[in-house]
Each structure stands twice: as C-alpha cells, then as structure tokens.
Write a protein that binds this ligand. Structure first.
Ligand SMILES: Nc1ncnc2c1ncn2[C@@H]1O[C@H](COP(=O)(O)OP(=O)(O)OP(=O)(O)O)[C@@H](O)[C@H]1O
Length: 456
C-alpha cells in the first residue's frame, strides 16, 4: 500500500480486551502512528471496508471472526495490508500457522513492546520505500520508460548509472543531441542518496561567459552592472544535491579553470566576493562533443576532462535501440493525450510503420515532437497518414518528416563527415593509418570518429 511521505502508518488494533486495546493504542499513538480500534474480527472487517490500513494488529482468540479468520479475509481482499498476530503463550503454534498464512510476524502478549515497535518500523520502511518508488514514477514518468529498456547496451548503461549513483563520483554522460542525457542525469540523482536535496541543471551553451559564471557561482550586489541584488548561484543551490552541467564542451577556458577549482576545493566564491563558501555537490556533466578531440585541439583542459569523467557512460542513439521505440511511442501518445485532453483510439498502420522505422536523427526529442504533433492534428481519435508531414524521396520508397528536412547544422555536419570518412576509407582499402594521413588527422582521432559513427 502506498504511503504518503508526510503521512504516518495507519494501524487497526483488534482485541476483545478493551484494556489491552487501549494500552497498544497509547503506545502507538505516542510514536505518532494513526490508530483505530475494533473489538473483534467482524468489527475490524467493517472498518477495513471504510478505510485503508497499512497494518492490522490483531488478537488471535476472539469471538465473532477470530484472528486467523480475519487474517485470511485480509490476505484475500486487502493484500497490501500487513497483519501482526498478537497471541498469548499457549497459542504460539497458531501464531506460526498465521505466519504461514501471510502474517508479517507475531507478538506475544506481555513481552517487551519495543520488539513489537521494531517490527512495525520495518513495515513502515517497506511502505515508505514503496511510496518513494511510486513518487519517483509519478514525478518522472520518463524514468519508467527508460528503466524498462529492452536494449542490451542501454541496459548496461543503466546498470552502471544505478551503481555510480550510490557514490559521489563525477559522471560524464555522452550521446547525441536528444538521446536523453538530461533525463539520465535526473535518474542518477533520484537513485542517489542526494535525492531529497536539489538537482540543478545548467546549460553551458545557452549563456554568455559572464552570465554563466554568475549563474554558477552567484554574485554580490553591485559586482557588475545589472547585479542589483545578491544572488546565490547553482553551486550553492545544489548544496547536498546534484549539479548537472549540460553541454560542458562549450565552456570557455576561463570558466573551465574556475570550475576545476570548485571541483578540487569544494569551495566557490560569489562574483564580487573573495569569501570562500563550502559547497557539497555531485557533478554530472553531459556533452555531445568529442571531448578527447577538444582536449587535443587545446580548447578543453585535460585536467578538467579527467576530473569530470571518473565514470563515463554513453547513451546509444535511438536508431540503435529501435526495440524501445514502441514503448516510447505509447508513452508520448499517453502523455500528449493527457496534456491535450484528447483520446487516441487508433493509429493507422502506415503511420505506425513510419514511426517504427524512421531513423530519428534528433533522437527521442524528435520522436516526442512528431508524436505530439500527430496527436494535435488527430481527428476523432485517429492518427492518420495524411497528418504525417511527409515528403517522398525520388524513388518514392523513403519517407521523411518535415522536421527532418531542416536539421541542426551540427547533425548535417556529422552526417556529411560520416559519409566522407566512409568514402575515404573505401579508397584506402579500409587502412585507417593511410586514411588518417590523407584526412590530416591523427590515427586515434580517425579511430574515434569511426567508432562514433559506427563505420566498422
Ligand atoms: N526515456 C525517456 N522517456 C521519455 N522522454 C524522454 C526520455 N529520454 C528523453 N526524453 C525526452 O526527450 C527530450 C530530450 O531529452 P534530453 O533533454 O534529456 O536529451 P539530451 O540528450 O540532454 O539533449 P541535448 O543534448 O540536446 O541537451 C526531452 O523532452 C525529454 O523529456
């Protein structure tokens, strides 16, 4: 049974001895548990109809539906409710029997109630643990979509992420634009002990150097024109939690030096102040840039690269994990239905065929956009082929969506680069050293490209 984080465990105490009911009620209420009482099994069943209880603490021997019968009814009809059987000395054998029938444990009347409280705390932990997972799922619906991946390579990445989440190690997430690097960073944060503290995301690409530094480190009032009041930066806001730096490859050398110092000393200074402020953060960075290359080109500090990449994981592009496309389509259709208050009853086979086979250069982001658009344009609950903004290529076989005609320049560059390298390799009989020489790049650089584009 789900337990709201703020709510306490709800307990129903069932005993025909009024004095004993009251003793237990007083003890449990002192611990902050919400309690109700019933004088026998029959009364308890009535109460169970009206309210959800996490736990029923029941005496074994009672008239009108005894403890064992009550247990059987609870396990049959309220399977999430735990039962602790309370017995006298002479009936321990029955208590053991009760556990076989699904009771959580038993408690012997007259024993130290501390033992009972320990068992109740266990139930409480289970309930809140379950609710935490539940909360996670409802907060981040995309997480369940990711966690249920059918792709072996991505499963390994997820396993690595879950393990890495347990430590404070710095993590670098690689992958093409739109593959879900930020979603992964979020997942790691929520799998970690830091989940109850903030997770701050900063895109290093979107801001100018000065703005970015002010965003990261904060500033004192009057430290620059426009700094009309003191402002805490993201490092401070992420204290105790996670700092996610997206597009880390875009940082200027200047900011890289400041970031390196913050990572090494775990201290930052607000702009306009030289007072060191302690900050405790887990750093997750992401990029779709080739950082090795950026290091070789001298535009990314090697020491910073080593610092941020204690664990590096690469999210495969969507075209390499096609087995996840059906779940993602379902997820985005449902999410769009909810958001747009529309109901989709049917997707035409040709649209489905397209969605399942399209190569998605823009990865999950592109799939999401296409599905959202299709749901908007749907009529009478049907997504039709006519709604697919398609153009047929000359041979009439391949279809492309309008969103794929105009692509980000960097994607086009990559596609061209991949095709060109492939051609040069062919001319050089797949000899990498020779091709590298002709292309004026190092053998390692070329090798990285070949791996990146999956050319071999
Ligand atoms: N597993 C998933 N389930 C549902 N939605 C997802 C999933 N992964 C990514 N998305 C969605 O796809 C879009 C792109 O995801 P995200 O921003 O995490 O990608 P990214 O790799 O960080 O992109 P960029 O490199 O452009 O920053 C977002 O709208 C995100 O919500």
């Amino acid at each position: 049974m789900k337990m709201d984080q703020r709510k306490m465990l709800t307990v129903l105490i069932v005993d025909d001895e009024e004095a004993y009911r009251e003793v237990l009620q007083t003890i449990l209420e002192k611990k902050g548990y919400e309690t109700d009482t019933a004088a026998n099994g029959k009364e308890a069943l009535e109460k169970l109809k009206q309210k959800n209880y996490h736990l029923v603490l029941t005496d074994l021997m009672m008239d009108e539906v005894n403890g064992m019968e009550l247990l059987e009814q609870i396990k049959a009809n309220y399977s999430d409710t735990e039962v602790i059987m309370v017995t006298g000395y002479g009936t321990i054998q029955n208590a053991v029997e009760a556990m076989k029938k699904g009771a959580f444990t038993y408690f012997i009347k007259g024993h130290d109630t501390e033992a009972l409280l320990i068992e109740i705390r266990k139930i409480e932990r289970f309930a809140s643990l379950e609710s935490e997972n539940e909360r996670l799922r409802s907060l981040r619906p995309s997480v369940s979509c990711m966690a249920n991946t059918k792709n072996k390579k991505f499963q390994k990445v997820l396993e690595m992420a879950e393990k890495a989440a347990q430590s404070n190690i710095n993590i670098l997430i690689l992958g093409e634009s739109g593959v879900g690097k930020e979603v992964m960073a979020d997942y790691i944060h929520h799998c970690s002990k830091r989940k109850n503290h903030g997770s701050m995301a900063v895109s290093c690409h979107a801001l100018s150097e000065n703005m970015l530094e002010s965003e990261l480190f904060g500033h004192e009032k009057g430290s620059f024109t426009g700094a009309i009041e003191r402002r805490k930066g993201r490092f401070e806001a992420a204290h105790g939690g996670t700092l996610f730096l997206d597009e880390i490859g875009e940082l200027s050398l200047n900011t890289q030096a400041k970031l390196l110092r913050a990572i090494e000393t775990r201290k930052i200074e607000r702009i306009g102040s030289n007072k060191g402020i302690d900050v405790d953060f887990r750093l997750i960075c992401a990029t779709n840039r080739d950082l090795h290359r950026a290091v070789e080109e001298g535009i990314f500090r090697e020491d910073l690269f080593f610092r941020i990449s204690s664990i590096t994981m690469e999210i495969p592009p969507l075209r390499d994990r096609k087995e996840d496309i059906p779940d993602l389509i379902n997820y985005f259709v449902q999410a769009s239905e909810k958001e747009m208050k529309k109901k989709i009853h049917r997707i035409e086979a040709s649209v489905m065929d397209f969605l399942l086979t399209y190569p998605y250069p823009g990865n999950i982001r592109e799939l999401k956009n296409i599905v959202e658009r299709l749901v908007v344009l749907s009529t009478e609950g049907v997504i039709k082929e006519a709604e697919l903004p398609e153009v047929r290529s000359n041979d009439g076989a391949k279809r492309k969506t309008a969103s794929s005609i105009i692509k980000p320049l960097k994607d086009v560059r990559k596609e061209f680069e991949a095709r060109y390298i492939e051609e040069v390799l062919m001319l050089c009989n797949q000899n990498i050293s020779e091709a590298a020489k002709k292309l004026h790049v190092s053998r390692r650089q070329l090798f990285n490209k070949i791996t990146e584009y999956g050319l071999k």
